[in-house]
Design a protein around this ligand. Sequence first.
Ligand SMILES: [Fe+2]
Length: 410
Amino acid sequence: MLVAAVSCVAACYPRPVDPVGVPRAPAAFVREPYLQMVSDSAASVLWMSPPGSTDSAWYRVPEVDSSWTPATLRSHGKGTRRTDLGPLPAATTVEYRVSADGDRLGPYAFRTAPPTGAASDVRVLLFGDSGWGGPEQIELARLMRREEWDLSIHVGDIAYDHGSESELTERHFRVYAPLFASTPFYPAVGNHDVRADGGRPYDAAFLWPAPFPGVRYYEFRWGRIQFVSVDTSSGTDDVSQLRQGRGRQMDWLEEVLKGAAADASVDWIIVFQHHPLYSHAIGISGHELDADLRERLLPLYERYGVDLVAAGHDHHYERTWPIRAGHRVEDGCGPVHVLTGGGGASRYARDITETPLVATAQRVYEYVELDVTADRIRGRTLDRDGQVVDEFTVRRYAGTEAGLPGKCAE
Ligand SMILES: [Fe+2]
């Protein structure tokens, strides 16, 4: 059923706020410690402290040695301190502590990734469009902290309205501390994340394994999962050309997906990006406005067997059935698209078109849990009250490149 379209102007898009009732970092810290680029052999810890602060960090691998090793620090952008830990053993608990001007935080504990290609059950936190500062984001953050995650992926729009340094501090790092002190965080860049100074505050806050200097797209492996973060937001040639189906990011993306599809040690391919390929929201950003991306990326994802495409941008939740060539197909015969834009940003007036491709679409604040095992991904979507609003299963999809056996054949 097509519901009458609505238009949204500034009046129905309220201003983000700073989080009320969420403790600030101790005075010696502007941002509490957070993990970045955790792999099967290394990890980085970042935090922000005031200018002139005297900082230190220590770490240990309790299974190997109970004594604390001083870590080497360096700068990562204005005020951000960084330490790179490694070499670390795979699938092992690591602990660390940080001090700034005598204020100590920690110890925090996290687990390194399983060895690349090793079988492992993986629990992923998936969310997006979060950094608003309002009570909805705060309630969801509180629920996220109750759980243990192997890693988290974020589909972009981390801090509204512009992704400035202070917005990132107040509406992201403050809200989620200390969750991301013990959970690796992998972002896809959103359009709001590059508004301030071309995205420099974003670049100074996060690390990712960029394949070329200065780009915000990347890929990484976690056990038998291939993750791919696609940049649909930066104002660069790589992004504008992606929308035309060419250029450096497009070539890189095809190379990564082709390699993963042919790699017997990859069970799952999960792509995450800010702009959705399927959105059934009417009236603002989704719907037909990203038709160019859909036209360019869907054939690639369907050819090389992407199992799950996660996106945000529109501030609601929806999940499609498996789709191939524009049609609903059986489980395991096409990618499933999950739009998780309900992480806390204003749920502006919005109606949703119901089509046969949509399994569920809801105007709800939410985040998604993904439990990945050898033969399926089990998803559960929770709202701000902790109620399960969607449950689903994704089966492995081989892609048309591999030839489609049995039930998937045309
Ligand atoms: Fe967005």
